[in-house]
Write a protein that binds this ligand. Structure first.
Ligand SMILES: [Zn+2]
Ligand SMILES: [Zn+2]
Length: 337
């Protein structure tokens, strides 16, 4: 599959990711040991693009990679000489997964979210640190959600300065595993699993089997697609934020074998970024029917006459009460995630 952002090979089918993920970041028998750098202390080493690389598998410990980036930042005068490793930014591995050991990184396997970086320097990082695939500049507060809070808000996005920001998170649950791809400069970073636990709970109670499920704020599709795995017969994914829906459609394709569905209809061109009246953007069929709508969740009653479960997953700073009340018009059960 071609990456829609860079045209490269960032998107692997979910089955392949799941087959390879356990070994993807593991040290080989020849890898140098953990460098045991103190990430909080002034970092005095100079690290170039070959330093710390394993001669056998070609991977490097995460700390060498960050040290390489910090060396560039210091050489270019953006960071003071006494800066520490942890000041560089937030590293996100390209195939996100709870790695139980310090990851060893291969080529283009890291997306960096940074507070202090220029476009020129981001280009330097991509050119000289082979493990980094994308550099994103954080804007606003760390606590501020990426995306849109509601349809009348100006979208808050980070800025992709260089490379590609497409990465995926492996979602592990008692229902099964999925790979959820996202353009990380446009999609909120999720660190907690409590939302997935809520879907597992519905699954264990038998409420998803054969059900019609509406995922009213679907984002890149995690909860709705998990519902398909859990046996839902029809799933409607809706979001007002177009970049999230493009990722959701990509995720139906990347997980197509696992979900047992194929996309049969897809709107290629949509120029409206924030949806209003729900518009059908894609439809997949097979083990379940999945429809992807671009619209304001308040207007879902125009396309959904009845459903068993409606999932409401707004950003933490948005009160879900109004949406929940509206969705009760057509949903037998509303679950605020
Ligand atoms: Zn890409
Ligand atoms: Zn090695």
């Amino acid at each position: 599959m071609k990456c829609p952002t860079c045209g490269g090979d960032c998107i692997l089918p979910a089955g392949k990711v799941l087959d390879e993920i356990l070994g993807m970041y593991m040290a080989c028998s020849s890898c140098p040991p953990d460098p045991l750098f103190n990430k909080n202390a002034s970092f005095n080493q100079r690290i170039d693009s070959t330093f710390g690389r394993c001669g056998k598998c070609g991977k490097r410990h995460l700390d060498f990679v960050i040290g390489n980036v910090l060396t560039l930042l210091k050489e270019n005068g953006l960071f003071p000489e006494d800066a520490a490793l942890k000041e560089v930014g937030t590293p996100l591995i390209a195939f996100g997964y709870q790695v139980p050991y310090p990851p060893r990184l291969g080529n283009k396997s890291l997306v960096l979210i940074m507070d202090s970086v220029t476009e020129e320097l981001a280009g330097e990082i991509i050119a000289h640190v082979p493990e980094v695939k994308g550099v994103i500049k954080r804007t606003g507060l760390q606590s501020q959600s990426v995306g849109i809070l509601d349809t009348d808000f100006t979208p808050h996005t980070y800025e992709l300065l260089a490379g590609c920001d497409m990465r995926c998170d492996v979602v592990s649950s008692s229902i099964g595993e999925l790979c959820i791809y996202k353009n990380q400069s446009k999609i909120h970073i999720e660190f907690n699993n409590t939302k997935i636990r809520k879907i597992e709970q519905l699954y264990l109670q038998g409420e998803l089997d054969g059900a019609v499920v509406v995922d009213a704020f679907c984002g890149p599709g995690t909860l709705g697609l998990l519902s398909v795995l859990a046996g839902a017969r029809e799933v409607i994914l809706n979001d007002a934020w177009l970049p999230a829906l493009k990722n959701a459609i990509l995720n139906i394709k990347a997980n197509s074998d696992i979900l047992g569905v194929k996309i049969g209809f897809e709107v290629e061109d949509c120029d409206k970024i924030i949806g209003d009246e729900p518009v059908l953007l894609a439809k997949a069929e097979g083990a379940a029917e999945i429809k992807v709508y671009h619209g304001d969740a308040r207007k879902l009653d125009t396309i959904v006459k009845e459903c068993d479960i409606c999932l409401i997953d707004t950003f933490p700073s948005v009160n879900p009460a109004e949406f929940a009340a509206r969705c009760r018009d057509f949903a037998k059960k509303v679950v605020v995630i």
